[in-house]
Write a protein that binds this ligand. Structure first.
Ligand code: B3M
Ligand code: ZN
Length: 668
């Protein structure tokens, strides 16, 4: 039997920084599983990388005024660094903009075309004559065809919930520039997913997946129809046919192929051993929102092309991790500042906390208080305490040397059995993607060691020459439990596990040892131990207090602003203006000098909205809300005659969208 395991974690979009919510879903469980399987002696290839194409990328890049490439370069680097900081063991972390990805993606398309699974269709799409391009749904807003809500999104109405094609909107406009859009015919390539229904049905029926994953996938299979796999854009993998200028693949067509191309990039000589061997086990870690793509669409694409690539075997799909009762959201300030986090806390503290709280069957919660209490009571109080008290004892009563095991009395035999049973339970938990359970086993084992230590009272046994032997047996057994503890905790807290491993006198890292060997070989008696040191620091209230405060700071800022009356509001003269020209203020990263038309004439207004914007011309012609009766002020040596209103977003600012209001009209 082959022992090859190919492991993937969903490729994160390179359009913003990852947070612990993401890490808990498709990432930490993948890394722990990869580490576990390596310990089992499996031949593991674990790949991931940045998903860098698609509208999510161009839209967020446009909003901050960066070129898409610049945008993905930035977040690829940031996210890669976070994974390193978190001790991830990817064998390769790639990106879908590397050149080899193009060839593999295009070959999929050419195979599918040749095999009759692709057809061309001409449909009407919305086109901006001003921007000279077709606009994707997410760039479009307009009047809802059903409830007539103005400002409805391009795919569904946020007011009445209706879903429709962007072409159904009344008066569709560009979200970015406000310019009106027209219908234009455009050609696209559709993949006949409907032709894979039968094959998918018989393939999926014996999959050992969670019921919700199977049900969700099944509902998609039942409803398969042709779907467009191309888009009008210049950001994406190009369609490899003549005369297809401006046509690229839809991001969900190329992204999953990224798993293959990432392996090709990282392991040009070995990738085939994994992807083309039917005996390889393919395990794909994803968040629950990615189920249809991994359980239905990508498998269909694989079935329709010509290479004997592996199809997914295991699909552990996790739920979400929230922060103190709400979804993580950087734009709302509802997040954890990672730089500050790592100044105070360690990688293994967060890895343990996320594992112990993994959102396996339902959403889970990061809470600062809970983080503090688990780190203190469990990592420090059980795990750290067992190791520390034992090793200090060995220094004092056994000259820092692992003693020999003698006869086992019933308490000791029971303890030995117990720690072996917990170790086996941990193995079972890891191999069945039950990370929470594995973390529980770690603490159960540490606790068992502490209870045995307390029961046996080796400090009393050491006082009497007749019980020295029993003391030595006790200590040897506790150290066995520490060895197993290092083993079963190492997928979750690899750094700490290695420290524990070294404290037992081993050289080399635990990653180079094998699970079965560690379990079956007793500790070498006579092995000299280094001086012990503590593994965890206590988390004091003062360390988490400021974090909780910071989290709630933004909220209080808004809710605690003193109340005002309608008369106060009426004091503001808010008017619609239009940006006529814009230039940067020298030596400032964000300050722009705008000239803005109001009905009363043209004003010069300085505004700090320019950070990260590369194409200032996109602002020209935009309508904005101006505080028209603001007393003029001098900013950076220039006079500003008013201010404009803008909203903070995750990556910069956003201006309100005004379409029909004439210049000078009142905003109330
Ligand atoms: N980038 C969506 C996500 O980050 C997408 C996953 C691609 S996996 C091939 O949730
Ligand atoms: Zn509506």
């Amino acid at each position: 039997m082959s022992n090859k395991i190919l492991i993937t974690s969903a490729l994160p979009y390179a359009n913003g920084p990852l947070h612990f919510g993401h890490i808990a879903g498709a990432y930490l469980p993948g890394d722990c599983y990869a580490r576990f399987q390596r310990l089992q002696g499996a031949d593991v290839l674990y790949v991931c990388g940045s998903d860098e194409y698609g509208v999510a990328i161009t839209l967020s890049a446009d909003l901050v005024g960066r070129a898409p490439k610049e945008h993905v370069d930035l977040f690829h680097a940031i996210n890669k660094q976070l994974f390193e900081k978190l001790g991830f063991s990817f064998d390769h972390y790639s990106r879908t903009t590397w050149e080899g990805h193009v060839k593999t993606t295009q070959q999929f398309f050419l195979d599918l075309l040749e095999n009759g699974f692709i057809e061309e269709r001409v449909t009407d799409q919305l086109y901006s004559e001003k921007e000279n391009r077709f606009l994707a749904d997410r760039y479009v807003i307009g009047r809802c065809p059903k409830c007539h809500y103005e400002g409805a999104r391009g795919d569904e109405c946020q007011k009445c919930g209706a879903s429709y094609e962007a072409t159904d909107l009344v008066h569709p406009h560009s979200k970015l520039t406000g310019s009106p859009l027209v219908r234009r015919p455009t050609k696209h390539w559709f993949l006949r997913f409907d032709l894979f229904k039968e094959k998918l049905n018989s393939w999926i029926k014996d999959k050992p997946w969670k019921a919700n994953v199977l049900n969700f996938a099944q509902s998609y299979i039942d409803d398969l129809r042709p779907r467009a796999i191309t888009r009008d854009s210049d950001w994406g993998v190009k369609v490899p046919l003549p005369g297809t200028e401006g046509k690229v693949f839809y991001v969900w067509f190329d992204a999953p192929i990224g798993y293959i191309s990432a392996s090709q990039e990282g392991f040009p000589d070995r990738w085939k051993e994994f992807w083309l061997d039917p005996e390889t086990k393919l395990v794909q870690f994803i968040g629950k929102d990615n189920i249809p793509f991994h359980a239905v669409f990508f498998p269909a694409m694989l079935m329709g092309q010509n290479q004997p690539y592996k199809l997914v075997d295991e699909l552990p799909a996790n739920e979400f991790l929230n922060l103190e009762g709400k979804q993580f959201s950087k734009s709302d300030g509802w997040t954890i500042d990672l730089e500050r986090f790592f100044q105070k806390f360690t990688t293994d503290q967060i890895r343990y906390y996320i594992a112990a709280n993994a959102p396996e069957n339902h959403d889970a919660e990061f809470s600062w208080k809970d983080f503090q209490s688990r780190c203190n009571a469990e990592l420090l109080g059980k795990y750290g305490n067992l190791i520390n008290r034992t090793l200090v004892f060995v220094q004092n009563h056994s000259s820092g040397i692992i003693p020999q095991r003698g006869e086992l009395d019933s308490v000791s035999s029971a303890f030995l059995e117990q720690i072996l049973r917990i170790t086996e339970e941990a193995r079972h938990a890891y191999s069945h993607f039950c990370l929470r359970k594995a973390a529980q086993c770690v603490m159960e084992l540490a606790q068992a060691g502490n209870v045995y230590f307390d029961t046996k009272k080796p400090w009393l046994l050491a006082k009497n020459i007749e019980t020295i032997c029993e003391m030595q047996t006790c200590i040897e057994l506790v150290m066995e439990s520490i060895k197993l503890l290092a083993l079963i905790s190492s997928p979750i807290i690899p750094h700490t596990a290695n420290q524990a491993w070294k404290l037992l006198g081993f050289t080399g890292t635990i990653e180079h040892a094998r699970w079965d060997q560690i379990v079956s070989h007793n500790l070498p008696s006579g092995q000299k131990l280094p001086q012990p040191h503590v593994l965890f620091q206590r988390i004091e209230d003062e360390m988490i207090g400021p974090e909780i405060e910071q989290l709630h700071a933004k909220k209080t800022e808004v809710s605690e602003a003193p109340q005002i009356t309608i008369d106060d509001v009426r004091k503001l003269d808010l008017r619609v203006g239009q940006i006529l020209s814009v230039e940067r203020v020298p030596k400032s990263k964000k300050m722009l000098k705008l000239s803005i038309a109001l009905s009363s004439g043209t004003r010069t207004i300085l505004s700090g909205i320019g950070e990260g914007m590369t194409d200032l011309t996109l602002l020209i012609g935009k309508k904005v809300i101006v505080v028209a009766n603001l007393k003029p002020a001098t900013l950076m040596g220039l006079e500003s005659e008013g201010m404009i209103l803008s909203a903070d977003t995750e990556s910069g600012i956003e201006l309100p969208l005004l379409l029909e209001a004439p210049i000078g009209s009142c905003v109330r």
